[in-house]
Design a protein around this ligand. Structure first.
Ligand SMILES: C[S@@+](CC[C@H](N)C(=O)[O-])C[C@H]1O[C@@H](n2cnc3c(N)ncnc32)[C@H](O)[C@@H]1O
Length: 220
């Protein structure tokens, strides 16, 4: 069984071991977290993001991916994928960007879309397991009625994190999340057999992670 370590602390107080960092940072949009202040000055926000170790994969809104992340990292990203979803707000996409690493789309297939299409039926009969990945991924957000929903206010879907890990992590690579939230990255890493370390500053969210993940080791 893989090792899952949860550290209830600011990740900036730690020397982060080598690994693949996957993160859905606070978006600095004034979101109502339990404790964390999600409205930093642009300078402080860039400083926070600049402390994220690389290689990393970051999920963020398009404007911030284009305008803020290059300032934080002082470099260009390797690749971008659009994550698109239906929602009742105007924001229906985010960008996933790879910094110091790249996804390998050949490692994952996605479900065929039109199962009535004869060519698709032919491919299935030949044993093909799905279509090639595109550079946009249509994945539902976690809704209040979703089975995986926890008490954390902004949870990322497990399927999205699974796709990032499967396309990007090397075999046996340590998976790290420095903005743990409800522990989605750790949960998926455990299911896929990867060791993981998660940092989460808020003790209340660490409790949510503990309830969500069996056999995790928490350090307060
Ligand atoms: C957008 S949420 C992550 C949600 C997560 N991806 C999930 O699926 O549940 C960002 C989280 O980062 C935490 N956080 C903010 N600053 C932090 C820091 N410096 N170190 C560790 N955690 C931090 C916040 O408390 C919040 O739970």
């Amino acid at each position: 069984m893989s090792n899952v370590i949860i550290i209830n602390n600011d990740f900036r107080n730690h020397i982060i071991p080598a690994g693949l960092v996957i993160k859905d940072p606070p978006y600095n949009q004034g979101y109502a977290y339990n404790n964390y202040n999600d409205k930093l000055s642009e300078e402080d926000y860039i400083d926070l993001l600049s402390k994220i170790p690389r290689p990393c994969v970051i999920i963020h809104y398009p404007e911030e991916t284009i305008n803020i992340l290059p300032k934080a990292f002082n470099t260009k990203c390797e690749q971008v994928v659009s994550w698109v979803y239906n929602s009742n707000t105007g924001k229906q996409s985010r960008l996933i960007s790879w910094w110091g690493c790249k996804p390998d789309f050949k490692k994952v297939r996605q479900p065929y879309k039109n199962l009535n299409d004869k060519r698709i039926q032919q491919r299935i009969s030949e044993g093909k397991t799905g279509a090639k990945l595109y550079d946009w991924w249509e994945i539902d957000q976690v809704k209040n009625v979703s089975k995986e929903k926890t008490g954390h206010p902004c949870q990322i879907p497990e399927v999205l994190i699974e796709r990032i890990i499967l396309t990007t992590a090397e075999p046996n690579q340590l998976v790290i999340d420095v903005f743990g939230g409800s522990g989605t990255t750790a949960k998926v890493a455990q299911r896929l057999g990867f060791d993981s370390i998660t940092y989460e500053i808020d003790a209340h969210y660490c409790n949510i992670i503990n309830q969500r993940i069996s056999y995790c080791h928490t350090i307060c």
